[in-house]
Design a protein around this ligand. Sequence first.
Ligand SMILES: C[S@@+](CC[C@H](N)C(=O)[O-])C[C@H]1O[C@@H](n2cnc3c(N)ncnc32)[C@H](O)[C@@H]1O
Length: 227
Amino acid sequence: MKNRKTIVDYYRARAPEYEQIYYRDVPKRRQEIADHFEFVEKLAAGKSVLELACGSGYWTQAAAKNAKEVIATDIAPEMIKEAQNKKYNSPVTFINSDIHNLPFKKAEFDLIIIGFWFSHEPKQNYSRFFEIIQKPLKADGQIWLIDNNPPAEGAKSDFLHSDESGNNFKRRRLDDGEEFSILKNYFTGNELLDLFSKPFRIKQLTHDIYYWSVLLEQKKTELPADS
Ligand SMILES: C[S@@+](CC[C@H](N)C(=O)[O-])C[C@H]1O[C@@H](n2cnc3c(N)ncnc32)[C@H](O)[C@@H]1O
């Protein structure tokens, strides 16, 4: 096992085969994705959307159905290349960027969407991560995240170990058999409530068989009574 390889190496190598995850022949799983896709199409309508870790553009297509514009970012050029091969209904701009070092200086987006990244974010980084994703968001903006529950993992993944911060590591195999050790965390509905209710206002939370999703809003800062 090539443990020295990073999660970025993994997704760069996986880019051409990545979208298989959306087309597995499991009706309930496909239905959950279809429901979320429709939700994002409606949620993004008319909005200025920032997508982080956009991958091959699956959710970009949902957001771009009726959005005003979508800025989609990912660290892997191979993923962006896949995403650029898709057709979009609204203007979409791709930016090669690390989610931890975004190039946006102002709070300019109505909606931020993040598909299947949160499970890879190390637990010890959550406070910083929440700050990073709130910075480009308008005060009345929203953040939507979706991620896996354990049944969504295919046969090419198994548990390896956990670290001192409680992060799980799994073995992932590409179609050619190449193996990677990948940080991948899972959450119960109550854990998600606990995690997100501190830094955000939770507008909606779903925790189904294959996927969880959450729609977040910024907490309003109360002004002093005499101001
Ligand atoms: C599980 S995929 C999700 C792709 C897409 N959001 C989706 O839901 O289909 C994770 C993505 O994160 C990207 N990624 C990995 N490390 C990253 C980083 N530090 N900053 C930004 N993107 C990163 C990978 O290239 C990959 O496209």
